[in-house]
Design a protein. Structure first.
Length: 97
């Protein structure tokens, strides 16, 4: 079964990738010379079938990825009843009989 791994990537306004090596202040102002700042974030999944919509915050983009992963989880198979539940089902009588 494929494990869905989400990658969040930051982009400059000119649509180039803003690498994590570009330092910035806590307010988001770039400290690296030549960096125009992070304009948007996009999350992608390794399943190659999903990409998030662009977002201005990294946390919202990461949440979109979490929702995608949650949607992809396979439902757990239901287990057959055991013990007294089996007897109850076997011994049930229809009211019509």
């Amino acid at each position: 079964m494929l494990r869905h791994s989400i990658t969040v990537t930051a982009y400059h306004a000119d649509r180039t990738i803003c690498p994590s090596a570009h330092r910035r202040t806590t307010g988001g102002t770039p400290l690296t010379e030549g960096c125009t700042g992070r304009e948007r974030f996009i999350a992608t999944c390794n399943c190659k079938k999903w990409t998030s919509s662009p977002s201005s915050t990294k946390s919202y983009t990461a949440d979109q990825g979490k929702r995608h992963r949650a949607d992809q989880l396979q439902p757990k198979p239901t287990t057959a009843p055991k013990g007294p539940e089996v007897l109850y089902e076997l011994l049930q009588l229809d009211a019509e009989d």
